[in-house]
Write a protein that binds this ligand. Structure first.
Ligand SMILES: Cc1cc2nc3c(=O)[nH]c(=O)nc-3n(C[C@H](O)[C@H](O)[C@H](O)COP(=O)(O)OP(=O)(O)OC[C@H]3O[C@@H](n4cnc5c(N)ncnc54)[C@H](O)[C@@H]3O)c2cc1C
Length: 433
C-alpha cells in the first residue's frame, strides 16, 4: 500500500494517531501545503512572524523525519488543486490527515473524499477528548463554556503516545529544502518553532521555573514568558499535542503541588477544547457577522479607524502597545487580545471579522476555532452568556499596566489625531469653487 500523510495542524511525530496508522504501509509520502494568499481578501497572506514560526516548525519536522529515513515534501497551493495531482503522480492508494477545525478545511475534505479514488481517513489528535467520550451527542454540545466544562472536566484523557520508532520509506521523489522566511525571532519574545522547542517551553514553565504553581495570579501579565504558559504557538500548529500538555500538568500535580493555579492551566485547555468542538458544530456561522444566533450588529466600516488599529496608532496607548507587540512578535497575551478586540468592536465600532482576520494574519498561534470563537464571544454573537464584553480601557490600563512600563516599551504613547481628516485632499473640491 502506498500511503500519503497530509500534515495540517499536527506538525509532530509523537502522539500523532494518523502517522502511527502509517506503519504498515509499503511507502509513505509526507506532505505539507503552504497556504497561498487569498485573492478575495485584503489581508493577504500570513504575517512575517507567523510565516517564520511555521517554516521553523516545518524545518524541524523535516529534519526529524529525515532522521528516520523519511522526508517532508512542502508544496504551495490549495489541497483541492494540489493533492489530486500528487495522488495520481505517486499512485497513492491510502491517504491520512489529522482533523483541522474550520469551514474551509471541512470543505476541502469533502471535496477530496468525493474526488479521490482512495480511502481518506481523518484522525482526531488535536483535542483532549474523543467525541465518543462525551455524555451528550455532539449536536447537543452546550452553547456556553461552563456547562461544557462541568460535563467533561473529569473525563479521562488518553496518555500521549511516543513517536513511532520507524516509518515506511518515502517513494522516489524530489524533496526540496524549505526556504527560510524573511523574519527572525523578535528579541522581545524569541519563540522558535518545532516540537523540541515546544517541549523545552513546557518543561521550563512547569518543572524548572514552576510558573504553573502561581499561574492563576500571573496569567494576565501582558508580556510573554513572564506570566502565562506561552504554549499556544506549539499547540496551535500541533508541534505539541493538547494531551501532552494536560498529562504534564497532571504529572506536575503528582510530583510537586496541585493547587488552584495548576487546575487553572488545565481549565484554559478546556476553553481551547470547547472552541474546537464548537467550531465543528458551528460550521460557517463561525464567520458570520451575527454569529450562530444571527444577531444584528450595527457597524460601519471606517478604513482609517481599522488602519490605525492595525498599526497601533489609535488614541488608546495600551491598545497601541499591544498591537505593536503583536506585529513585532506574532503573539499577544489573552488579556491583551480581549482589550484590543473590545476596542475594535466597542470604541471603533468596526465589524469584528476585520479584527479576527488581522489576528489570523499575524498570530503565530493562530487557530481558527480559538480565534474566531473568542472574537465572536467578545462581539456578543458567540458563546458568551452575557452577550459580549466591553472593557473599560482606562481601567484596564490602570490595572494591568499601572506604571505604563509595557505601554512605553512597545511605543504605545502616540500623538493624538483628529477623528476625521478634513484637509483639502479629502474634499471633492472641483474647479467650480
Ligand atoms: C480575540 C481573541 C483571539 C484569540 N485568538 C487565539 C488564536 O488564534 N489561537 C489561540 O491559541 N488562542 C487564541 N486566543 C485565546 C488566548 O488568548 C490564547 O490562547 C492565549 O493568550 C495564549 O497564551 P498562552 O499560551 O500563554 O495561554 P495560557 O494562559 O498559558 O493558556 C494555556 C493554553 O490554553 C489555551 N487557551 C487559553 N485561553 C484560551 C481561550 N480564551 N480560548 C481558547 N484557548 C485558550 C491555549 O491553548 C493556551 O496555550 C484568543 C483570545 C482572544 C480574546
Amino acid at each position: 500500500m502506498r500511503q500519503l500523510h497530509w500534515f495540517q495542524n499536527d506538525l509532530r511525530l509523537a502522539d500523532n494517531p494518523a502517522l502511527e496508522s502509517a506503519q504498515c504501509a509499503d511507502s509513505l509520502l509526507c506532505i505539507y501545503l503552504l497556504p497561498k494568499p487569498r485573492a478575495w481578501c485584503n489581508l493577504n497572506g500570513i504575517g512575517p512572524q507567523r510565516d517564520r514560526f511555521l517554516r521553523e516548525s516545518l524545518g524541524e519536522l523535516k529534519a526529524a523525519l529525515q532522521g528516520m529515513g523519511q522526508d517532508l515534501m512542502v508544496l504551495e497551493g490549495s489541497p483541492e488543486l494540489v493533492l489530486p495531482n500528487v495522488v495520481e503522480r505517486y499512485a497513492i492508494d491510502r491517504m491520512t490527515t489529522s482533523y483541522a477545525p474550520g469551514w474551509y478545511e471541512a470543505q476541502a475534505i469533502t471535496f477530496l473524499e468525493e474526488k479521490l479514488p482512495l480511502s481518506l481517513e481523518v484522525f482526531r489528535g488535536d483535542t483532549l477528548f474523543d467525541a465518543a467520550q462525551f455524555p451528550f451527542e455532539l449536536e447537543q454540545l452546550p452553547d456556553t463554556f461552563s456547562p461544557f466544562r462541568r460535563k467533561v472536566e473529569e473525563l479521562p484523557i488518553t496518555a500521549p503516545h511516543a513517536a513511532p520508532e520507524s516509518l515506511p520509506p518515502p517513494p522516489a521523489a524530489q524533496f526540496d529544502a524549505i526556504p527560510r522566511g524573511a523574519a527572525s525571532p523578535h528579541p522581545g519574545l524569541p519563540l522558535p518553532g518545532g516540537s523540541a522547542a515546544g517541549l523545552r517551553r513546557l518543561e521550563q514553565f512547569l518543572f524548572h521555573t514552576h510558573g504553573v504553581a502561581d499561574y492563576k495570579q500571573t496569567r494576565n501579565d501582558l508580556d510573554g514568558l513572564g506570566g502565562s504558559s506561552t504554549l499556544s504557538p506549539w499547540l496551535a500548529n500541533g508541534a505539541l499535542s493538547a494531551r501532552t500538555v494536560a498529562h504534564s500538568i497532571f504529572r506536575y500535580e503528582r510530583e510537586h503541588i496541585a493547587n488552584e493555579s495548576t487546575y487553572w492551566l488545565y481549565f484554559e485547555l478546556l476553553w481551547r477544547e470547547f472552541f474546537h468542538w464548537r467550531a465543528v458544530i458551528d460550521g460557517r456561522s463561525l464567520f458570520r457577522h451575527g454569529g450562530r444566533p444571527g444577531r444584528r450588529l450595527l457597524t460601519t466600516f471606517e478604513p482609517r479607524r481599522f488602519a490605525r488599529w492595525c498599526a497601533g496608532d489609535t488614541d488608546f496607548p495600551l491598545v497601541n502597545a499591544l498591537m505593536r507587540q503583536l506585529v513585532a512578535t506574532g503573539w499577544m497575551s489573552n488579556r491583551g487580545r480581549q482589550i484590543t478586540a473590545s476596542c475594535l468592536i466597542n470604541e471603533l465600532e468596526l465589524d469584528w471579522r476585520y479584527g479576527a482576520a488581522f489576528f489570523e494574519q499575524q498570530l503565530i498561534d493562530y487557530d481558527v476555532a480559538s480565534n474566531y470563537g473568542n472574537w465572536q464571544y467578545i462581539a456578543g454573537v458567540g458563546s458568551d452568556p452575557r452577550r459580549g464584553r466591553h472593557f473599560n480601557l482606562e481601567k484596564q490600563a490602570a490595572q494591568y499596566d499601572p506604571g505604563g512600563v509595557f505601554t512605553t516599551k512597545w511605543g504605545g504613547f502616540r500623538p493624538t489625531q483628529p477623528e476625521h481628516v478634513v484637509d483639502g485632499a479629502d474634499w471633492p473640491i472641483t474647479g467650480h469653487l
